[in-house]
Design a protein around this ligand. Structure first.
Ligand SMILES: Cc1cc2nc3c(=O)[nH]c(=O)nc-3n(C[C@H](O)[C@H](O)[C@H](O)COP(=O)(O)OP(=O)(O)OC[C@H]3O[C@@H](n4cnc5c(N)ncnc54)[C@H](O)[C@@H]3O)c2cc1C
Length: 471
């Protein structure tokens, strides 16, 4: 990431990318220190005359693809809006600025006996990003998504006005902002409920999974656990298809041993440079999956663990995404609706196993019943998340084939991790997109809020689209 001064005061030219480090896109970037500074930056962008360029918020950049990027546009980094605004000790309801991270929440509130309502696979996510991608975690079947715990959102609109939206106040804009990938406005602050816990400890069990049918059996038998996740070997085929390890847990009750500093707070390991592309290739992938699976076999366990390595196994290595080399990586997360024969998920896992381009990390989990419509990703069914080195064309062709399987089954791709889905596939996967767009267009009639992903999927019009339309 390089900064260069620009002719626009308060803005620098900078190349940005998501966690997958693909694509990389240069923009004008501002990093306001306060809500007032953010409003001033947004206003200055609007008054600069280049209204076609658009604006998007960018949190901690933990989305993988291009959802928080904007070519020929302006990006506002929100991380410095990190103030806690109000906390009710009796209910756990917190109001904080959108740049507060889940890591900040854990550091401040866990020692007081409060836990974020939903945690994804990393703690380096802002509250604004959590709302804009309506993030889910291991507890979706028990707790729903992050936004299920949100009372209200303070939003900076395209008009420059600020509005508070909730289930009762401008509810259509509230629901369009839930999972609205930053395209309805800039979230300034969020009010949501934390959960009371006795301490940082989790009762966990890990079970070795023989194949896909076994995964669904164990998943069905895990309703007594609030948190579940499974890691699978994407190179295993035939009778071993879907083999892996199933992990389940719940907050330990009555155990409040001191928390101390988070185990990984200091990120003891980091990948300081890009590893060559050769480091992660089909051979190392096969070795990784074999070793991981064998290790889990030996490690089939029950026990009390600190929540942090259990929730965030990858956070222990800072910048682990650099291990994928300069070409970056593609993360592909899908969900398909329940099917007694599990046809679509089987086809996807088989397709990946036979392609030889298996994923280093593959996570499988059943979602609960709760879904929010619009652009929100979670819906009832089974979700699979895969990380691929960016192999280029052959990988994109494979994923295009998988998209068709997923769409035909009534499933969808997670936009917060996407960098390549086509507009046609998107429209099939998100049948509520037109209603979502109608709300968005009503509140942003001139198309101020834009993103690379939004342009690619036809949700907003970029300068090229506008020029074509005018011609
Ligand atoms: C290792 C790892 C594990 C992950 N595990 C999960 C998981 O289990 N479940 C899950 O759901 N996701 C998961 N994710 C994805 C991550 O939780 C989401 O992409 C999240 O939205 C990232 O938040 P961020 O602050 O980095 O936002 P960014 O990536 O910077 O932005 C994400 C979106 O939010 C918008 N946005 C950010 N701030 C604001 C704001 N203030 N106002 C309006 N819009 C805003 C951006 O415009 C963009 O559309 C994982 C990511 C990683 C790297």
């Amino acid at each position: 990431m390089t900064d260069a001064p620009s002719s626009h005061p308060g803005w620098v030219e900078q190349e940005l990318y998501g966690w997958g480090r693909y694509p990389r896109i240069g923009s004008l970037v501002a990093r306001p220190e306060s809500q007032r500074g953010l409003v001033a930056a947004a206003t200055s962008a609007a008054s600069n005359g280049d209204s076609s360029s658009g604006l998007i918020a960018h949190g901690l950049g933990r989305s993988y693809g291009d959802v928080a990027l904007l070519r020929n546009g302006r990006v506002i980094l929100t991380r410095r809006l990190d103030r806690m605004l109000a906390f009710d000790e009796s209910t756990g309801v917190l109001r904080c600025e959108a740049g507060v991270s889940l890591e900040d929440l854990l550091e401040v509130f866990l020692p007081r006996g409060w836990f974020p309502p939903v945690l994804p696979g990393t703690k380096f996510v802002t509250v604004g990003g959590a709302v804009a991608n309506d993030i889910h975690g291991k507890s979706h079947h028990a707790d729903g998504t992050f936004c299920d715990h949100v009372n209200s959102i303070d939003l900076l609109l395209a008009s420059g006005e600020m509005v508070t939206v909730s289930r009762d106040q401008h509810s259509e804009l509230f629901w369009a902002t839930v999972g609205g990938i930053g395209l309805t406005g800039i979230i300034l602050a969020v009010e949501f409920a934390l959960r009371r816990v006795d301490g940082p400890w989790f009762e966990t069990e890990s079970i070795r999974i023989r194949d896909l049918d076994h995964f669904f059996e164990v998943s069905a038998a895990s309703t007594g656990f609030t948190h579940v996740v499974s890691w699978i070997d994407t190179l295993a085929k035939g009778k071993r298809l879907g083999r892996g390890t199933f992990s389940r847990g719940r907050h330990a009750v009555g155990n409040n041993q001191p928390v101390g500093k988070g185990l990984f707070s200091k990120l003891p390991l980091t990948v300081p440079i890009d590893l060559p592309n050769l480091v992660l290739n089909p051979f190392t992938l096969r070795v990784f999956n074999e070793v991981f699976y064998r290790k889990q076999w030996r490690a089939e366990t029950k026990g009390l663990v600190h929540f942090e390595p259990w929730f965030f196994p990858l956070d222990v290595i800072g910048n682990w995404n650099r291990g994928y080399g300069p070409r970056g990586m593609i993360q592909y997360q899908i969900v398909v609706p329940p099917d007694p024969e599990h046809r679509a998920i089987r086809t996807v896992i088989e397709g990946i196993a036979t392609s030889g381009m298996g994923s280093f990390l593959a996570v499988l989990k059943e979602f609960g019943d709760n879904a929010h419509g619009g652009l929100s990703f979670p819906m009832p069914g089974v979700t699979l998340a895969l990380d691929f080195p960016n192999y280029g064309k052959p990988l994109f062709e494979l994923l295009n084939r998988m998209d068709r399987v997923v769409a035909e089954a009534g499933g969808r791709v997670y936009l917060g991790k996407d960098s390549r889905l086509s507009k046609e596939m998107f429209q099939q996967m998100y049948p509520g997109w037109q209603e979502w767009k109608a709300v968005r267009d009503e509140w942003d009639p001139t198309g101020r809020f834009q993103s690379e992903l939004g342009r690619r999927l036809g949700l907003v019009q970029g300068p090229v689209d506008k020029a074509e339309e005018a011609a």
